[in-house]
Design a binder for this molecule. Sequence first.
Ligand code: ZN
Length: 227
Amino acid sequence: MFSVLLAVLVLCWGLCGCQQQSYSSRLRTPPPVQFKSVSRPIVPRSVSQLAREVNIKVRIMPRNTKPRQGARRLRPSFITIHSTANHSSSATAMQHSRALCRGAFRDRSWHFSVDQYMVVQNLPLSETGWHAGNAAGNNNSIGIEMCESENRGHNHFRTWDRTAKLTALLMKRYGISQRRVVPHYHWTGKNCPTPLLTDGRPGPKWAWFNSRVDYYYRCINGGKSNR
Ligand SMILES: [Zn+2]
């Protein structure tokens, strides 16, 4: 079953086109985030091994949903991290994906919903989402929403860690440097992803997240960073 899902994911990745209008003049790459490398030795693994750990399900929004009708061709050069700020026990990755599929978020869309158990892909990676709050962010980045459901036994750390693994996979697939892994804050100043910001801005918690992304990236990249 997993191999089928992985094949769909790879197919979606493979469809990435080159016809996207360039917005590069409106883009700025933020300065590198200062963080301490994770000290434990890397555990080398293949991209598909790490993808298996991430546990990616595919549930693509129907083409007739509003955000997909207005979508453009995406050639991702940034990865934007969000959090849902919804602590309800039912606000899981799968529930967010179901809501996206029935159009419950109106004109909003993003590529991946993550919780402590799984990642659900909601959009083809060849297509823009509506998550960043401005055109530069939407037209150039893959959007990842971290779900914050709080049911019995919830563990937000696992969600952040799974998101770090997914981010490392996407960096590797698209050749995106870690400087271009940004919080939603980068595009509009919004306090998002709240649990990884400090007083609404990137600080020690964002640095901690970066150290984990770097660690998993090194695990699938022969020990080398892309900072
Ligand atoms: Zn956000």
